[in-house]
Design a protein around this ligand. Sequence first.
Ligand code: BEZ
Length: 212
Amino acid sequence: MAIRLGDIAPNFKANTTAGEIDFHEYLGDGWGVLFSHPADYTPVCTTELGRTAQLKDEFAKRNVRVMAVSIDPIDKHHGWIKDINETQNTNVEFPIIADESREVAGLYDMIHPNASATATVRSLFVIAPDKTVKLTITYPASTGRNFTEVLRVIDSLQLTAKHSVATPADWKLGEDVIVIPAVSTEDAQKKFPKGLNIVKPYLRYTPHPEEN
Ligand code: BEZ
């Protein structure tokens, strides 16, 4: 069954490159990213896992723990990690699940039979501290994901979790945000002391609430 926004991210116990892990325990009180790739020792996947490892500090800054999934066995993962570290000039430290039984792939609907009968597609889930799913994206095997975009969405999600705001198209951290329609202009004036730019009654911008 497909995972939808707002669903509780299914929990599982899995064999990973960092040992046996209970997924919810691994996430703790923080945010999470769970993402699948089609297979070990493939070129696009090598760049994706390398990029994720390079962004370790960016994920940590946002209190996000990352976990990858593939249906390949654990010894293959360990061999491939050496190649990723060598070719992408990084150090993969996040766990990679060896989902040989396809339990995790099934729970998260990561195999799309009309794309490939056996390989997982490039699914990615962002999970909030309350374990609800906040973002799902699905890319085909031939297209590597944009992990800068993943971080950008996490910035937006974390901001909107704290303030009554949304973020406009192509928004980046630090830029003006949008006051959500549920907040009246009168309330918004009190709530956002940095001021409002009212373009239309339904289109109201305010400076990023936390940036100077
Ligand atoms: C890759 O990661 O390079 C890849 C995997 C499966 C199909 C196509 C590309």
